[in-house]
Ligand binder design. Sequence first.
Ligand code: CA
Length: 240
Amino acid sequence: MRGMQEAVNEGKMKGKILIVEDEPPIREMLGYTLVKEGFAFEEAADAEEARALITRSRPDLILLDWMLPGMSGIDYARRLRADAETRDIPIIILTARGEEADKVRGLDTGADDYITKPFSTKELLARLRAVLRRYASEDQTAVIKIGGLELDPQTYRVSAGDDVINISPTEFKLLHFFITHPERVYSRTQLLDHVWGQNVYVEERTVDVHIRRLRKTLEPYSFDKFIQTVRSVGYRFSTR
Ligand code: CA
């Protein structure tokens, strides 16, 4: 992360992007765009090639095509997330228009974002920078202040002004995840993966239970409104 943080400090974000895409013209276009913006890149035509490259040198972000020969981009993303070595590499999935309906499923793999083909270079770069910025600023121990709420990940302490809010470790982790990933909807499955971890067996409705508790904890301070239900999709943290 240090390299990336330095790049952020320079004002222009750089890093090495791994392109996993089986169509040479798209790979070429992506590579051209990235180099022009000061990024370095490596390319792989399928998951197997990608795996070999990642073992040699870790990329700062992976642009991963959904439809690949052999292992699909979605399955590969899941595999990357399941492996402790690669689980924190940001992933953006490239999808074709016909796969639109499956977007949420795509994000269930733990991908950070997705882009629908055909996309403009402007959109690609905007999403790429947003994801990199989010990772670079994700210092897990920093005290976070948002809308009058203060979270200290080192002491698991939450406060509102002078009041310390009594909160359980799970509610704390849930709140911490929301606050560090604002304005974005997460399904129950995604929340389970991110907050409880992928190898833990917890039912989806457990998420609802903890959301309810979290809201109740925040209610006296009127912060419960930040935890928003998005019908038939999941939950979102928003101060808007
Ligand atoms: Ca493809």
